[in-house]
Design a protein around this ligand. Structure first.
Ligand SMILES: [Zn+2]
Length: 682
């Protein structure tokens, strides 16, 4: 039986032949890929000659090509277009792949070669990027147990494998609760919803073949409009409760035991590696360096944020009048307060935020800043008909392909993310990156435009910022390519990019989808004035989740974990306002439990916000959002540099100084901590 993973791809740019890839290809592809990679590793480890950079580090970088190819495609399909069979493959291969990598990191002969090079690194005359990749490999091995004793290794490997399995279970449980819970809604129950939301709710009802005019699921894009606009308080409560209880329903998909086991195992893992807590282990390889530094930032912003939220709560309660304001009322009355205070109704903006125009505006920004242009291609195989592909050109050559997959569907997990099918690198010839952005916008009925909210337009810019980090990457080694950086640095290119959406030249391109008219000046003024509205709420819902993440990952080894107790304890300790819910409650906090990507790392968004708020002021100071000199430094040190430099150093080279937290506080409309010129550096 032929399997495209074992063939050379004769597609344009060597892209994955999605039209030929079937679910049944993954099991054999994984089996062969793991075997091939194991063989390559064994050869490197068993060499009789002395270790050199070439025969060890470069050899490692060149090994595992088939595995990378399979994993990158499987990773996106199992997130963005999964099915029962793919989920079964996922449950099977995730522990195998984890065991495979653990075996590599715990291979003593291999580590001895890397360690030897690392010890002699100062005398080997490396260029900075080669030195960086060697240091990176050494650190990867040490952090993955290379220095453990034999007895410890066995336990370490078992924990890693179990954690991988639990992470998969966690994600599949949340997806099950998101896919299975549907509310059929009547005409009266969607009262208050703007046209776009009614259309989406009608589409959901049709999609799910319900005998009702409208329906809502528990995905964020379905829930948020109801919480913002539904006049029927009972509907808001019902949908809200289902939304916050995803993974917490006492059914077969309940995640509480999964979480408890993961937190306990992570604490033990950290202890094995010589760290006090999992957070200490995780943050040792970050810009923040210590849990205390991350915790301090969260707390510094929590205090003014909660104060603002409490002031807003009183205003919302007054607006509501009779009855007690509850969590399912906040967004609804915050909308009304926004209109009352700023005369700003988000829906007025939507006709200007048609998806394709927003994408065009993101492209325009990339052209102005970095000289990148985009051309829609029609001959690239895709994994779902909603996916579109563009060639990215710069300095008269194609530097990468950009795949956009923007609409929600039941086979896609919630959220928005960037990933790639292939990373940029130059080892043994130029390889151009294939980058994907995935979002969950409501798909309009055939022939209708997809109109985004301001928030969703920001998401397009955010994910596209990550996309550019991958597309503009200009490094030699795959290990340092694009977004392969520290978690609290990786959100800088994405969050910084959001700033351009609200600059005058970009807004000028967002014209009305029907009339082609520009956004009226008065509406823009009201939008700008309303920018700081509801920042207390946003700060509280985000930081409470950040502090919850830190709580799970600062428990000492050997402690029995009760997920409900940790969550409730954290909320009580920080004085969480009862009218605001965690942005992510434990049982569906995929960032930290569906894999370990953001475990003890949810603070990263706030950390990066310090950088992006401070970074964008560089353009403001230059008096031009596209100031060429500033954009040039941004390109060199941030967007094209991948992980090739120390992160603090990269930022300093771009900005000319260390970051300052006051930019973030000012952006949220909070009092700054110190006079700006003092520079409360991170
Ligand atoms: Zn991001």
């Amino acid at each position: 039986m032929s399997n495209p993973f074992f063939e050379t791809w004769s597609t344009p740019y060597g892209v994955p032949p999605f039209d030929a890839i079937e679910t049944t290809h993954f099991r054999p592809a994984y089996a062969q890929a793991l075997e091939e990679h194991s063989g390559e590793i064994a050869q490197i480890a068993a060499r009789a000659d002395a270790p050199t950079f070439e025969n060890t580090i470069v050899a490692l970088e060149n090994a595992g090509k088939l595995l990378r190819r399979v994993e990158m495609i499987f990773g996106q399909l199992s997130s963005a277009d999964t099915n029962d069979e793919l989920q079964a493959v996922e449950r099977e291969v995730v522990p195998l792949v984890t065991r495979h990598w653990t075996g590599i990191y715990l291979n003593p002969a291999l580590f001895a070669r890397i360690d030897d090079l690392h010890r002699r690194r100062d005398s080997l005359g490396f260029d900075p990027e080669s030195l960086r990749v060697l240091e990176r490999y050494h650190l990867d091995f040490v952090r993955n147990g290379a220095r453990l004793t034999d007895a410890q290794r066995e336990r370490f490997a078992a924990i890693m494998e179990r954690l991988a399995t639990l992470g998969t279970t966690f994600g599949q449980n949340v997806l099950a609760d998101e896919a299975n819970v549907v509310f059929a809604l009547t005409e009266a129950e969607v009262d208050g919803l703007p046209e776009f939301a009614r259309a989406a709710a009608a589409e959901t009802a049709r999609d799910r073949k319900l005998n009702a005019p409208y329906a809502a699921t528990t995905s964020r894009s379905s829930v948020e409009p109801i919480l913002h606009f539904a006049t029927d308080r009972g509907v808001r409560e019902k949908v809200f409760r289902a939304f916050v209880n995803r993974g917490h329903n006492g059914n077969a998909h309940d995640n509480r035991k999964v979480i408890a086991e993961m937190a306990t195992l992570r604490a033990e893992l950290a202890q094995l590696l010589g760290y006090e807590t999992y957070a200490a282990y995780k943050l040792d390889d970050s810009m923040a360096r210590t849990p205390a530094a991350a915790q301090k930032l969260l707390e510094d912003v929590w205090t003014p944020g909660r104060k603002r939220a409490e002031e807003d709560r009183d205003a919302l309660q007054e607006l509501m009048g009779e009855g007690r304001l509850e969590a399912w009322d906040w967004r609804y009355y915050a909308e009304k307060l926004r209109v009352a205070r700023y005369d700003f109704d988000e829906n007025e903006l939507k006709p200007y935020f048609e998806l394709d125009r927003v994408i065009g505006a993101a492209f325009y920004t990339a052209e102005r800043l970095f000289g990148a242009t985009f051309r829609l291609l029609d001959d690239i195989p895709v994994y779902h008909p909603d996916v579109r592909v563009w060639a990215v050109e710069r300095e008269e050559r194609v530097i990468g392909l950009f795949y956009g997959d923007f609409f929600a569907r039941p086979s896609k997990r919630s959220g928005a993310w960037m990933t790639s099918f292939r990373d940029q690198q130059k080892l043994g010839g130029e390889v151009i990156p294939l980058v994907v952005n995935t979002c969950n916008f409501n798909k309009p009925p055939e022939g209708e435009p997809a109109l985004l909210s301001l928030d969703e337009a920001r998401t397009v810019f955010h994910e596209f910022g990550h996309g550019l980090h991958g597309l503009l990457s200009d490094v030699t080694y795959p290990r340092l390519s694009g977004t392969n950086t520290a978690r609290d640095f990786v959100e800088l290119p994405s969050q910084l990019y959001e700033h351009w959406l609200e600059t005058a030249p970009v807004l000028a391109r967002l014209t009305h989808y029907k009339t082609g008219a520009a956004i009226p000046e008065a509406l823009l003024e009201r939008m700008t004035a309303a920018r700081k509205a509801n920042k207390g709420f946003e700060t509280v819902e985000f930081i409470s989740s950040g502090l919850l993440d830190m709580a799970y990952h600062q428990i000492p080894a050997g402690t029995a974990v009760d997920a409900d107790a940790i969550e409730q304890g954290t909320l009580a300790q920080i004085g969480m306002p009862g009218e605001i819910a965690l942005r992510h409650a434990s049982a569906h906090f995929g960032h930290i439990f569906s894999g370990d990507g953001y475990a003890a790392g949810y603070y990263s968004y706030l950390w990066s916000e310090v950088l992006d708020a401070d970074g964008f002021t560089a353009f403001e100071e230059a008096g031009d959002p596209f100031d060429p000199a500033t954009a040039g430094r941004l390109y060199t040190y941030v967007y094209s540099g991948g992980g090739s430099r120390d992160y603090a150093e990269a930022y300093r080279r771009f900005r000319g100084r260390d970051p300052d937290i006051n930019g973030l506080l000012a952006k949220r409309g909070f009092a700054t901590l110190q006079p700006i010129e003092d520079g409360a550096a991170l």
